[in-house]
Design a protein around this ligand. Structure first.
Ligand SMILES: [Fe+2]
Ligand SMILES: [Fe+2]
Length: 169
């Protein structure tokens, strides 16, 4: 435990320094190198691939008259996750990295409601990750990447809203 506290103290000190240097907007994003950012983007890419596949499966198997509209929406989400995978792959390549072809965990369920909950959980995770990634792109002055990530974030927020309304939240 003392080890963790030391690490936290160092982080706080670093953040205070960034702030003193005029980097106030950036203190929430942990400092990272371009190589580390590429690794993070490849993890995001694996989650885009898993979201794409998860939506294809959920759209096909979700049943019940109250789910007709959302089933069509899930198929659209799948296409949009595919676009995100293409955008992230291009951005990783522009940064000098190699886009990976890994697929993160895919969640399935026999229950329509829990499928939608699984999808919503994925979207909320994506929203949090892309907010962090936008701050990191900004920190490394990768403004083209930041713009591409902002476009993805807007769509993930729409996806979350579609799922929340289907779940009556
Ligand atoms: Fe996505
Ligand atoms: Fe999404």
């Amino acid at each position: 435990m003392p080890k963790k506290r030391d690490k936290d103290a160092r982080r706080t000190k670093g953040a205070a320094k960034a702030s003193a240097d005029g980097g106030d907007a950036l203190v929430t994003a942990p400092r990272l190198t371009k190589k580390e950012l590429i690794a993070e983007l490849n993890r995001d890419l694996a989650k885009e691939y898993s979201a794409l596949i998860q939506y294809v499966q959920h759209a096909a198997v979700i049943t019940g008259p109250q789910y007709d509209a959302i089933a069509a929406e899930l198929a659209i989400h799948s296409n949009e996750e595919h676009q995100h995978a293409i955008s992230l792959s291009n951005q990783i390549d522009f940064l000098g990295g190699t886009p990976a072809v890994d697929v993160a965990q895919i969640k399935v369920s026999p229950s329509a409601k829990s499928m939608l909950e699984q999808d919503l959980e994925g979207e909320l995770d994506a929203i949090a990750r892309y907010k962090t990634r936008i701050a990191q792109a900004e920190m490394l002055q990768e403004y083209g990447l930041r713009r591409a990530l902002e476009d993805i974030l807007i769509i993930e927020e729409e996806h979350a809203r579609d799922l929340q309304s289907a779940l009556d939240r």
